[in-house]
Design a protein around this ligand. Structure first.
Ligand code: UT7
Length: 326
């Protein structure tokens, strides 16, 4: 049976660190509130001359290097992002040019924090059907450029970064066992960027009304995230005749420590099985799972044959899971 296997991972975060103590000087908040309500201690902020494509290209180059796959062998190049370099062309096309991935069909996926799972699902299915044999999936965001730095409800939650995975076809027991992706557009107003699209174009009124910034109803999103992520995890396991006890490492979207802990508890997972790095990066949206994956991979957290579960949730609303035999 033909499957997609992850043969290389990479990530890249900007050098500049913004701590909770830095934020205490910017808005009415405290390290204590941020730590207990979110688990975040610091996040990375892109510098001048760093764009989403810059971080995406660096992460992708590292993933390609690990995989031994050359850029011009890639058939499909997908960038998951809601903070592209430009409305068009796609950030994927810019990354394609940077890498020299000349044979690839390159395009962006917009599914907010679930974007990497969406891209992985598309690429996995393309490989399963034989439509592609090698794919590069990148989650990359510079969310700090669409944050309202006077809004304490949002500005401290997010950070910048990129992560990437190279997929190659395989015929043994390894690889992506299944992916499941879902959306419910009736909740779109819970988490969105209202301005700079066709509805509220990039004109002075849009900026004056601060419509170009990200807006979120955090506590509503929180409740829906826990339920949807638990459902997506159980759906992945059920589809493969497996149970939570079979999971070796759980890599959830890194939005809030309390969300991660609640899902881990519902699935009965020990904390040693749950990968968490949001204390260092905050919520990097589509980049969060591939950055965590790369850190887990490079620190030897996954052994041959381990069962790895990805679980995401984000604006749209969107959610999904992917189950992998490493
Ligand atoms: O990645 C995509 C999906 N996104 C998420 O999953 C995010 C989900 N949501 C969350 O992570 C949480 O809802 C937040 C971290 C955003 C907020 O935590 P919360 O426990 O839901 O807090 P809240 O919004 O209900 O606010 C609780 C209190 C309020 O004060 P009162 O009304 O109880 O007096 C807020 O005004 O905390 C106050 N508050 C703050 N205090 C200090 C809100 N933000 C801050 C702040 N510093 N930064």
């Amino acid at each position: 049976m033909l499957r997609a296997r992850i043969v290389g991972t990479g990530s890249s975060v900007p050098e500049k660190v913004l701590t909770n103590f830095d934020l205490e000087k910017m808005v009415d908040t405290s390290d204590e509130w941020i730590t207990t309500r979110t688990g975040i201690k610091e996040r990375r902020i892109a510098g001048d001359g760093e764009y989403t494509s810059t971080l995406a290209t660096r992460a992708a180059a590292r993933a390609l290097e690990m995989s031994g796959v050359a850029a011009d062998e890639i058939d499909l190049l997908i960038v998951a992002t809601v903070t592209p370099d430009f409305p068009f062309p796609s950030t994927a096309c810019i990354v394609q040019s940077n890498l020299g991935a000349s044979r690839a069909a390159a395009f962006d996926v917009s599914a907010a924090c679930s974007g990497f799972i969406y891209g992985l699902s598309l690429a996995s299915n393309a490989i399963k059907t034989g439509a592609a044999s090698k794919a590069l999936i990148i989650g990359a965001e510079i969310l700090t450029r669409i944050l309202d730095w006077t809004d304490r409800n949002t500005c401290l939650l997010f950070g910048d970064g990129a992560g990437a995975a190279v997929l190659s076809s395989c015929t043994d027991e390894h690889g992506i066992l299944s992916t499941h992706i879902h959306s419910d557009g009736s909740y779109w107003e819970l988490l969105y960027q209202e301005g700079c699209g066709s509805r509220n174009p990039a004109v002075q009124e849009t900026f004056d009304a601060k419509r170009h910034f990200l807006r979120m109803q955090g506590n509503e999103v929180f409740k829906l995230a826990v339920r949807a992520m638990e459902d997506a995890a159980l759906e992945a396991l059920g589809a493969n005749g497996l149970s939570p006890a079979d999971i070796d490492i759980f890599i959830p979207h890194q939005a809030n420590r309390r969300i991660i802990d609640a899902i881990g508890k519902r699935l009965g997972l020990g904390s040693d099985k749950v990968f968490v790095n949001l204390d260092r990066y905050g919520n990097t949206s589509a980049a969060s799972i591939p950055i965590a994956l790369d850190e887990a991979n490079r620190t030897g957290r996954m052994g041959d044959g381990d069962l790895v579960l990805f679980d995401a949730f984000g604006g749209g609303l969107t959610w999904g899971s992917a189950l992998i035999r490493w």
